[in-house]
Design a protein around this ligand. Structure first.
Ligand code: ZN
Length: 89
């Protein structure tokens, strides 16, 4: 939706960008990345914030440390699951 941002989605993408380059045996093509992000995002709580100009509280636009830890664990899980059975040859 216009004017809404899901912080969890950005954190998942950030973790994938950080982790995948350190895992040379894992396929990191666009298709696998999307599968991983889908897997993780369906298991994590969304964290929506307003991103329009009327949004006042930039401080809330950050995930808590606990949320980040949970996101990291779920992304690692997603990478393991998807890389064990990629949706392509
Ligand atoms: Zn792939």
């Amino acid at each position: 939706m216009e004017g809404l941002r899901n912080i969890t989605e950005e954190d998942v993408e950030e973790q994938l960008n950080r982790l995948l380059p350190t895992m040379p045996n894992v396929c990191s093509c666009e298709q696998c990345r999307l599968d991983m992000a889908t897997y993780a995002l369906n298991r994590l709580k969304p964290n929506y914030v307003r991103s329009d100009k009327g949004a006042l509280f930039h401080k809330v636009n950050v995930s808590s440390q606990q949320a980040k830890t949970e996101i990291l664990a779920t992304v690692v899980n997603a990478i393991n699951i998807i890389s064990s059975k990629p949706s392509h040859d």
